[in-house]
Design a protein around this ligand. Structure first.
Ligand SMILES: [Zn+2]
Length: 218
């Protein structure tokens, strides 16, 4: 489930989100995400209280819930930082063995990127009869490979437009599935250091000029 961040939900309950995003968020709610519904509930009540009476004190438990929500995500850090383009340092398709896998039902490609002190391990998979790519990734600090960086936001962008956003788990692992129809990039803003790792996914886009070929291959 791809959740939305707290700033987005705040705009949402105040009715000031951009319509495109609002539509996605409505769909997310309609899909029944309990985590986001809880946020909406708290933020909506907070918003209603703030509107109804400025002198009325917001109930303590509501303030605590709201603070906890905001603490879990610092504010708009994605925009404040500059991106560090990640450099590909390993690609399994460059290995001699790779050709032997091309006839298989599922094509899997392993790539390793580096950006500043971070490494990003990606496995990109595609079923022969599917146009979707599955990306399984893990981000880690090269100086401390055994101390995982958890809860890194992972943003999939098409140009400047946000396609989806997820958070990595406690171990910095994440998984996403997408249709590689437009030039896409992955952005991983590391919370502690303000480094925004940027990975150009163009290398994994479809190549319609080669019908029958495995589209994961450039
Ligand atoms: Zn959600």
């Amino acid at each position: 489930m791809n959740h939305f961040n707290i700033e987005d939900w705040t705009d949402y309950v105040r009715g000031v989100s951009n319509p495109e995003l609002r539509e996605l968020m409505d769909a997310h709610r309609a899909a029944g995400c309990a985590r986001c519904e809880r946020r909406v509930d708290i933020l909506a009540r907070l918003n209603a209280t703030a509107r109804s009476e400025k002198t009325v004190e917001v109930p303590d438990h509501l303030v605590r819930s709201a603070l906890a929500l905001f603490a879990s995500q610092s504010s708009h850090y994605e925009e404040r930082r500059s991106s560090v383009p990640a450099r590909m340092v390993f690609d399994s398709f460059m290995q001699p063995l790779a050709a032997g896998f091309r006839g298989q039902q599922r094509v899997s490609r392993q790539v390793l990127y580096q950006a500043e002190g971070y490494s990003l391990d990606l496995r990109i998979e595609q079923e022969r009869d599917s146009s979707q790519l599955l990306v399984v990734g893990q981000v880690f600090d090269r100086a401390r490979p055994h101390a995982p960086i958890g809860h890194v936001p992972v943003l999939l962008l098409s140009g400047p437009r946000l396609v989806l956003r997820i958070d990595s788990n406690d171990f910095g692992e994440f998984q996403l599935q997408y249709e590689p129809t437009s030039p896409l990039s992955l952005h991983l803003p590391i919370p502690e250091t303000l480094t925004n790792i940027e990975v150009n996914l163009a290398a994994f886009s479809q190549d319609d000029e080669q019908p029958g070929s495995q589209q994961l291959i450039q």
